[in-house]
Design a protein around this ligand. Structure first.
Ligand SMILES: [Zn+2]
Length: 291
């Protein structure tokens, strides 16, 4: 079985994809997935033919990788193959990656390796060259909107759910996301040093922090440039975004949005992440004093 690198923008979709592959390999077939003991154990990471590695802190431990490589040499207990899923594979260090190479290249007929990552380019070439790459393309906002509408959401909820890039098939917390958004926009509009620092600490905790920040700044730039609110992605936050648009120039907001987009790559440590947000938010708040 060829080893796979599955990459894409959304950690939630990568997770679903890895689980779908796991189900195909480890579940012999079922009438109802809810009632299937194979599928349930896959979901709970307790299937004996599955190893699921992910970062412990900032990196994937080399001992865990070595254990997975040993696991790959054994015979499956129940299924036709064993499956090893490395989530956030960009967190592999060189020693870990090197320990994998041989097994990735020749896993044999009863082992499937899956590496999921949002930044495949940061994996060592030696790993990439031994795997088949599969990219999950991002969904278009319109496609997402239609899926939420056909799932029965009201037009405004569907619009917000697609603005937040939720997965239509996964559970999501719309009120919680709206509250985060409200706080984010309000803190940016306030623009003091202390709110900027508090905001940086809060946003650094969010998985979708860079994308959410960038999309809100871009929306505010649209309003600051005098365009109508129906062009906004976060139409549901139009009035709050209007306040933001009043205190910053469109160009400043666009630049900050580009900077927030760039934050997405290369974050390994939460401390670095927080500092990067601090720089971004403090620069914004200074630009207001100057303007
Ligand atoms: Zn099943």
């Amino acid at each position: 079985l060829r080893s796979l690198i599955v990459s894409g923008d959304s950690p939630a979709r990568l997770r679903r994809e890895a689980l779908a592959i796991a189900n195909r390999i480890l579940c012999p077939g079922h009438d109802a997935p809810e009632a299937c003991s194979h599928c349930r154990r896959i979901d709970q990471d307790s299937h004996p033919d599955l190893i699921h590695l992910r970062p412990d802190g900032t990196q994937i431990k080399v001992e865990d990788v070595r254990e997975a490589v040993r696991f790959a040499t054994g015979r499956p207990y129940e299924a036709s193959a064993r499956l090893i899923w490395i989530e956030q594979a960009e967190s592999l260090r060189d020693t870990g990656a090197n320990a994998l190479l041989k097994s990735l290249e020749e896993p044999g007929e009863s082992v499937q390796w899956i590496l999921t990552t949002t930044s495949p380019e940061s994996l060592p070439t030696t790993v990439r060259s031994r795997c088949v790459a599969r990219r999950i393309s991002p969904r278009s906002p319109l496609d997402l909107l239609r899926r939420f509408e056909s799932a029965g959401l009201s037009p405004s909820d569907a619009r917000d759910a697609s603005a937040f890039e939720f997965e239509p098939d996964d559970p999501f917390d719309l009120p919680g996301a709206r509250e985060q958004r409200r706080l984010l926009v309000q803190s940016l509009a306030e623009g003091s040093v202390s709110t900027s620092l508090a905001l940086a600490a809060a946003v650094a905790e969010l998985d979708n922090g860079p994308r959410l920040t960038a999309s809100l700044l871009r929306d505010a730039a649209i309003l600051a440039a005098g365009a109508p609110a129906d062009r906004l992605r976060h139409f549901g936050a139009a009035s709050e975004l209007g306040k933001l648009a009043k205190v910053y120039r469109a160009e400043t907001l666009r630049e900050a949005a580009a900077e927030a987009d760039a934050l997405e790559e290369g974050f390994q440590r939460s401390r670095q992440k927080r500092l990067a947000y601090e720089r971004l938010f403090l620069r914004l708040c200074r630009s207001r004093d100057e303007g």
